[in-house]
Design a protein around this ligand. Structure first.
Ligand code: ADP
Ligand code: ASP
Ligand code: MG
Length: 452
């Protein structure tokens, strides 16, 4: 089947991303095929089948610990599950054979790392196999069903730089060349999550990164729309994994969605919104299991006054630096921030008093060195296992008394830090992780689901 082609210089296509559950079984893959084959040429970004990346992370973990025997068993189990999938996915014997070849080759790659010294490159190569398998199997299934689908290899255009940031210039310079090289197709199927780093080695965009891939591709080709297809009907006003009776939000602004994603709403990888916002490309969240639902639309439009949603980001460490030198002094905060800059550790929240500054980080890789350097400034206290709860909406447009509503809702919850006024879109509070669910529920009951 050949569709009318777009003019390449103006790739006015949509980019559709399907997550792990959406491609998690042969049946779901067929549902995805049905969704995408609507007569429009498009780029389709796929995650690994659900559970695969977790299994690969576990395998890599075992190899780091030199537990090769257990790693070998896990590899065998995962490979066996894929052999079963192949048998169900394809009709013809020829395609079943081709499918098994794809699986065998990916697992042979994994097995090469079960001897010798294990390395970061080995780990990243193992982690990449989930998306490499799902996209190859999916493309073959599309072709078997008579569609003109081609594999668009993400490793040929998706890049991060020395600072592990997406290299958008490289991506837009290369993606159309790669598309030209593989030739015309109705459906370009590419891997989410995986990329190469500045050294040209296989790397990735961090867990959940397929959303970010879709957004980066969308921005690179100036797509008409970026669609993130998942296992829920859109962005909810609270985390459905912790709170009952959450409600879908029909529309969000880029800023609101970015805050929520950054502060833990798992439905979107934290960086997804940024490339779309820069290029002003609408992002639509859709449910693979219920395609008729309109989902959530994220655009530059304000979504109206009021509180829209809350999200929670776990694994936060709070650091308090108390110093008399801070009193009436300038340059103190600068010296503190310089320590975090030196160790390339981003700060999420900050609050200050006359003699102390508290801030939070989620990346603790360099914590020891950071604390060592901060010791020079005064007394340093560290609280681990904290959670940032982020309350998002158009807060300025909200009537007066907004802050008091939030604080009333949080009555009785031990708040460690508050950040308010940094933007018109967000109030954040820091609570011990043990109080996360109570806090989310309190906000749902008092702020979100009572007509506010
Ligand atoms: P995918 O594999 O498709 O990328 P994810 O598991 O990464 O899917 O994201 C979808 C999940 O995000 C939902 O099933 C839901 O449990 C969780 N989630 C967390 N916060 C929210 C939210 N605010 N709205 C919707 N889903 C959310
Ligand atoms: N497969 C990767 C993960 O599980 C990327 C993604 O699903 O977005 O993290
Ligand atoms: Mg995801």
């Amino acid at each position: 089947m050949y569709l009318k082609k777009q003019i390449k210089s103006d790739l006015n296509m949509k980019v559709l991303k399907f997550g792990g559950t959406s491609v998690g079984s042969p049946e779901n893959m067929r549902a995805v095929m049905k969704i995408i084959t609507d007569g429009e040429q498009k780029i389709v970004v796929l995650s690994a089948m659900s559970g695969t990346t977790n299994a690969l992370v576990e395998i890599a973990g075992l190899l780091w610990k030199k537990n090769r025997e257990t790693a070998g068993i896990s590899i065998g189990q995962l490979e066996a599950s894929y052999k079963k999938i192949v048998k169900e996915l394809f009709e013809s014997e020829e395609n079943k054979k081709k499918g098994l070849k794809i699986v065998k080759s990916a697992f042979n790659t994994v097995k090469t790392f079960t001897s010798g010294k294990f390395s970061k490159v080995g780990e990243n190569t193992i982690l990449a196999q989930g998306e490499l398998i799902s996209t190859q199997l999916f493309t073959l299934m599309m072709v078997e069903n008579g569609y003109q689908a081609k594999l668009l290899p993400a490793l040929d255009f998706m890049r991060i730089d020395e600072d592990k940031m997406a290299d958008s210039q490289y991506i837009s310079n290369h993606i159309e060349k790669v598309m030209d090289a593989i030739g015309d197709a109705d459906y370009y199927i590419t891997q989410g999550y995986i990329c190469r780093n500045a050294e040209g080695e296989i790397d990735n965009l961090q867990r959940g990164g397929s959303d970010y891939t879709a957004s980066l591709i969308g921005a690179a080709i100036d797509a008409e729309e970026i669609q993130i297809w998942t296992d829920i009907d859109g962005f909810h006003n609270n985390d459905p994994r912790y709170v009952e009776n959450t409600k879908k939000i029909n529309q969000l602004s880029f800023y609101e969605a970015a805050e929520l994603a950054y502060f833990g709403a798992k439905i979107l990888h934290p960086q997804t919104v940024f490339p779309a916002r820069v290029q002003n490309i609408p992002v639509r969240l859709k449910n693979t299991m219920n395609p008729a639902d309109s989902g959530t639309l994220i655009t530059s439009e304000s979504s109206g006054a009021g509180i829209k949603a809350v999200a929670a980001k776990d694994g936060i460490t709070a650091i308090k630096i108390r110093s008399d030198r801070m009193l009436m002094a300038y340059g103190f905060l600068k010296s503190v921030f310089r320590v975090f800059e030196k160790y390339k550790t981003p700060i999420d929240m900050i609050s200050t008093s006359e003699v102390a500054v508290s801030l939070t980080i989620d990346n603790t890789e360099q914590l020891k060195k950071i604390l060592n350097d901060l010791d020079k400034f005064g007394t340093v206290e560290v609280d681990r296992d904290m959670t940032i709860i982020c309350i998002v909406g158009d807060i300025i447009a909200e009537e007066r008394g907004f802050a008091s509503k939030v604080f009333n809702a949080l009555d009785g919850i031990p708040i460690r830090m508050i950040s308010y006024g940094g933007s018109r879109h967000n109030i954040s509070v820091l609570v011990p992780n043990s109080h996360k669910q109570t806090t989310l529920r309190a906000l749902s009951n008092n702020l979100l689901n009572n007509g506010n």
